[in-house]
Design a protein around this ligand. Sequence first.
Ligand SMILES: [Zn+2]
Length: 122
Amino acid sequence: MTETITFHCIKCGNKIVTAVANAGKRGKCNKCQAKTQVPSEAAVGMEIQPATDPGRVLGGISMMLGGLGLIIFPYALASSGVGVGLVSMAVGKNPQSRLYGLGGVGISLIALAASFYLSATS
Ligand SMILES: [Zn+2]
């Protein structure tokens, strides 16, 4: 099986599929003949990972809830941040998304701990 890179022509948007071996090389779009450069594998990897991965979105929400929990210390925000973060780690499709979830859980746990501490000392 040959690994391929899929990218889009910057001029006409034509979908171009080429072998990974061509990464970083210059070529011509087979539709509009515009000069194109095959992106590197790293750049393609970034593009392939969908921003709409539910795990990543949930991880972001979790981090937001945890962050808000840190500022205004309500148990509800921080604990739901932990919950959403755990769900995010469960449904995350790639390690990066799960990292978002992990970050959300971490921030939310800190927020929870802070709110416990504050309520214990006040
Ligand atoms: Zn083109």
